[in-house]
Design a binder for this molecule. Structure first.
Ligand code: V47
Ligand code: SF4
Length: 381
């Protein structure tokens, strides 16, 4: 490794080489530097230390059962008013049909999130999990962001623990990382006031981890937040991970400015910002096993390059993505397993199909419908 051109990075480089934890101020120094190659090289070092040459992918699909939402997050292009012209609520048949389609395509995971409907009760959301799980018990259901769980608590006046346990018994497999946005109140109050705040978001994940569950975490960047808000966000996640160890993957989400009020006059984050945020996440979140470059959000090209900038996961085949496409994403709706594997191999990495809980998936044929979960893949420290 060559010496950093920015002298402020010398101490950081020494810490990374020694396996020491970075501080808030180190995070700010990484954010401020123009020596982006050193940042990338350090992140790659940690990535390879933890996950070697492996890049994980998943055969999955998305289900957004309704876009009707009581909240009005200013960055959201997906939501609709109750009586809005684009409002929809999927029927039970459509929902189970989507799970059937996923199973026929050989998916191991269904990612389920949506709006917080003004009139539908908690039991509707519970029924979605129970119905799908009854018919397709092998499909892992990664469902409802912490914001949705907080809403269920408000609707039912029951505790988060009770609701999570009930839904787990009905077939819930894990929690996705959405709804985190930016935790710092100076930003959160401007982009998504009213919905679950940082403490409520962290409370849901802490409770799920205490019940033995796994979850992911996200961060929405590239809008009105500043470097210190991003580092603060990661420090809060790192703190909870120290307590519980229940997070699997951190997913930085690049803001898409089309068709939403926040996007007026804000450009999409540049490729350089995408890579820098990815690398800094890898360096700050020393207790997270995985960092995901979600190709739907970053675009296929940056997600590929990100495999040398700290990321070791590229998400999955996806299909039926609505949230980013509503906000102007020009990524394809779907990638085949062959596409994903080629991208990963071209990036010099070894593709490994994982299930949601990072167990290797072994198939009878490349995208065969018959599959079994193999050995658990262990991430090194
Ligand atoms: O919480 C909404 C974000 C999230 C926009 O856990 C936007 O594996 C950018 O969390 N521009 C939902 N982002 C998606 C999500 C996710 C995605 C992939 C994998 C996983 C996982 C989780 O999408 C929302 C919000 O932060 N979002 N609108 C927008 N205009
Ligand atoms: Fe509703 Fe989620 Fe959109 Fe916010 S981001 S308006 S909570 S659907």
């Amino acid at each position: 490794m060559t010496a950093p051109t920015d002298p402020k990075l010398h101490a950081i480089r020494d810490k990374i080489h020694a396996g020491e934890r970075l501080s808030f101020d180190d995070g700010l120094a990484l954010e401020a530097t123009h020596d982006i190659f050193t940042v990338g090289e350090l992140a790659n070092l940690v990535r390879e230390r933890k996950n070697g040459d492996t890049t994980f992918y998943n055969v999955n699909t998305h289900l957004n059962p309704t876009n009707v939402c009581v909240y009005r997050c200013s960055f959201c292009s997906f939501r609709s008013d109750l009586k809005g012209p684009t409002a929809y609520v999927m029927t039970d048949e459509q929902i189970v049909g989507r799970a059937r389609e996923a199973t026929e395509r050989g998916c191991t995971e269904l990612h389920i999130v949506g709006g917080l409907h003004h009139q539908l009760p908690y039991e509707w959301y519970l029924g979605i999990i129970a119905n799908i799980h009854r018919e397709f018990p092998a499909l892992h259901l990664k469902a409802w962001t912490a914001v949705e769980w907080d809403w269920f608590e408000k609707l039912t006046k029951r505790s988060t623990r009770e609701l999570l346990s009930e839904m787990r018994d009905a077939g819930l497999g894990s929690l996705p990382g959405g709804g985190a946005e930016i935790f710092h109140p100076d930003v959160r109050s401007k982009i998504c006031d009213y919905k679950a705040d940082a403490d409520q978001w962290l409370h849901v994940h802490r409770t799920w981890h205490e019940l033995g569950g796994k979850s992911n975490a996200t961060m929405l960047y590239g809008h009105i937040e500043r470097a210190e808000h991003r580092i603060d966000h990661m420090m809060r996640l790192r703190g909870l991970q120290d307590e519980t160890g229940g997070f699997q993957t951190f997913i930085p989400l690049a803001f898409h400015p089309s068709n939403n009020p926040l996007g007026q006059g804000i450009p999409k984050p540049s490729g350089m910002m995408d890579l820098k945020v990815m690398a800094i996440a890898r360096l700050m979140l020393d207790n997270f096993p995985h960092i995901k470059a979600y190709w739907q959000m970053l675009g296929v090209k940056i997600a590929q390059v990100a495999q040398s900038w700290g990321s070791d996961d590229i998400d999955g085949t996806v299909v039926h993505e609505k949230i980013y496409h509503a906000a102007g994403s020009d990524s394809p709706q779907e990638m085949t397993v062959a596409d994903l594997r080629r991208l990963i191999e071209e990036a010099g990495r070894v593709p490994v199909e994982r299930d949601t809980l990072y167990c290797e998936v072994v198939r009878d044929q490349p995208v065969g419908q018959r599959w079994q979960t193999g050995r658990r893949l262990v991430t090194l420290n």
